[in-house]
Design a protein around this ligand. Structure first.
Ligand SMILES: [Zn+2]
Length: 140
């Protein structure tokens, strides 16, 4: 049996994000004053903020984006990961960058600017947001 994957680091501010993920929903933090989106949890950088994230809310996001940068990992730092795998920085349609694995595609087919969308993968006892190609790929 494979060892468990490391668990994401969960802070109090990020708990609503992980609670949503556990229901296979993808949320980002959104400023209620200017509608700007943030991930991870942050105060809005465009103006003064109310204390305790008062002007920030977790809202359902599109879960869509494109590959901004990626690495192909041929050796896993942790034996729980199957190799090769792709770790990518995804530029979400809402603006924030999100780091995740790219799944459901051969690693050599991943490219910069490839449209991707969130997919929820269950590993052991945890659900993680990962990304997969957003458009059906032609075969043959
Ligand atoms: Zn704002």
């Amino acid at each position: 049996m494979k060892p468990s994957r490391p668990k994401p680091h969960m802070t109090e501010e990020m708990k609503p994000f992980w609670d949503a993920v556990s229901e296979k929903r993808f949320k980002l933090m959104r400023c209620q004053k200017c509608q700007e989106w943030y991930w991870p949890a942050a105060y809005c950088r465009k103006h003064e903020n109310e204390p305790f994230f008062g002007n920030m809310r977790w809202e359902e996001a599109s879960g869509k984006g494109k590959v901004f940068a990626f690495n192909i990992h041929r050796r896993a730092f942790n034996p729980a990961f199957d190799t090769p795998y792709v770790y990518a920085l995804i530029e979400l349609d809402e603006g924030p960058m999100f780091g995740a694995n790219i799944v459901n595609v051969p690693v050599e087919d991943v490219s910069i600017n490839m449209p991707v969308e969130v997919t929820f993968e269950t590993y052991d006892d945890i659900i993680l947001p990962q990304f997969a190609p957003a458009v059906p790929r032609k075969t043959g």
